[in-house]
Ligand binder design. Structure first.
Ligand code: UD1
Length: 376
């Protein structure tokens, strides 16, 4: 931790805050906001450009009130190696010229791992927000990103107790682990009222409150195998006859529909990806959510909306033990059964897990303010 930036020991801390893909934006938003309000941090915001479409990126900055990034690395799409390698090279140059006090990374996307690796090799300490989550499934690219990022980070901020247990099991000293709650939920609680007052969202999609389902699907394990994707769509089309299913389609899934399924879209209520506020509104008023996303399992838990996770495992077990999440797996018959059960019986009630209270960003900044200064 020797190579700290060129700031005065008493001046504001200058973290390089890294965001690359859609699920990163709602995690950095409350941290950036509180940094600016408190005045003891002067963040340098870097967008790696992993996500770049207006709907996947710009709209989120607008909805969440995030300032224009100080730097955009413009990395874009590519293979895992290409994407990770591009961020690694470009962010190393930026760290060298900016000399930040620390790097702050969130989540588990390729940009998270690449920025971490560049920083530690330059002896810049790394704070990892949303550390310790483990699905146990090393086929998931995110699982590799999580394990590697956590193994070299200086501060590990966990959202649930399972995160601490996983890290301790991997030999991480307890002194590096801080249970702070969930920054994604800070953002949800900050914006829920605004989302609820949005007009026209349900009308445009032609659905009534509590009388529709929401579907998201983008994991390679679900969308990259045409037979599997087709079987899933057939089951969902059947369910759609009883309860309309609104499906905002992720670009990766759209590409899979075009290349793998000959362009035949599923007969569901399709929409392009939605903005943060529109999607929050859609989830909040839905009867049930079906997803393979990580963050949506958490958001539905806090909204009290039953969630069926279309995967065999979750890295967020508290959403099952305390929240509204049910692991529905990947078998279409099992998914149909879980869905019908929720529609008939109302689904799990659940409650918000400990410290998912809107204050996670401040807890993180309190730790960093004290510990980074000691290291200066
Ligand atoms: C990435 C993250 C995943 C996260 C997801 C949220 C990794 C390994 N995966 O997956 O953890 O849940 O973001 O969306 O980092 N594309 C566009 N426009 C964009 C971005 C992507 O059209 O703005 C298309 C491209 O065809 C691209 C594909 O989507 O090849 C996949 O994008 P990529 O960033 O590689 O991964 P995601 O599947 O989005």
């Amino acid at each position: 931790m020797s190579r700290l930036g060129g700031t005065q020991p008493s001046g504001p801390l200058r973290p390089l805050v890294v965001a690359g893909a859609r699920p990163n934006f709602m995690k950095v938003a409350p941290l950036l906001r509180r940094m600016r309000e408190r005045g003891d941090f002067e963040p340098i915001l870097v967008h790696t450009g992993q996500h770049y479409d207006a709907v996947m990126s710009d709209g989120f900055f607008r909805d969440l009130g995030i300032a224009e990034p100080d730097f955009n690395l413009g990395v874009g799409s590519g293979t895992h190696a290409e994407q990770t390698g591009q961020v690694l090279i470009k962010i190393e140059q930026l760290i060298s010229t900016q000399a930040p006090d620390l790097i702050l990374v969130v989540g588990d996307v390729n940009s998270t791992l690449a920025a971490t690796l560049a920083a530690v090799k330059l002896n810049v300490p790394v704070a990892h927000v949303e550390a310790g989550l483990r699905s146990g499934d090393r086929q998931m690219p995110e699982e590799i990103n999580r394990i590697m990022t956590d193994s070299v980070s200086t501060w590990l901020f966990v959202t649930e107790e399972a995160g601490r247990t996983n890290l301790l099991n991997e030999g991480v000293p307890d002194s590096k682990i801080h249970f702070v709650g969930n920054v994604m939920i800070d953002t949800l609680l900050n914006h829920l009222q605004r989302a609820r007052s949005l007009e026209g969202v349900l009308e445009t999609l032609g659905v009534e409150p509590r009388a529709y389902a929401v579907l998201t699907l983008h994991r390679p394990s679900n969308v990259d195998d045409p037979a599997r994707l087709q079987a899933l769509f057939s089951a969902l089309e059947e369910l759609h006859q009883a309860v309309p299913i609104v499906f905002p389609v992720h670009p990766r899934t759209q590409a899979a529909i075009e290349t793998q399924l000959g362009g035949t879209s599923p007969k569901l209520r399709l929409s392009p990806p939605l903005g943060y506020l529109e999607f929050l509104r859609l989830m909040a008023d839905s009867r049930i959510v079906l997803t393979d996303s990580g963050g949506i399992q958490e958001e539905t838990t806090v909204l009290g909306v039953p969630c069926l996770t279309l995967r065999e495992n979750t890295e967020r077990p508290v959403t099952v033990s305390e929240g509204t999440n049910t692991m529905a797996g990947s078998d279409p018959e099992a998914i149909k059964e879980c869905f019908r059960d929720v529609i008939t019986h109302g689904g799990k009630q659940g409650k918000a897990p400990p410290l998912w209270d809107g204050q996670a960003a401040d807890r993180i900044l309190d730790v960093l303010a004290v510990q980074t200064r000691i290291a200066r």
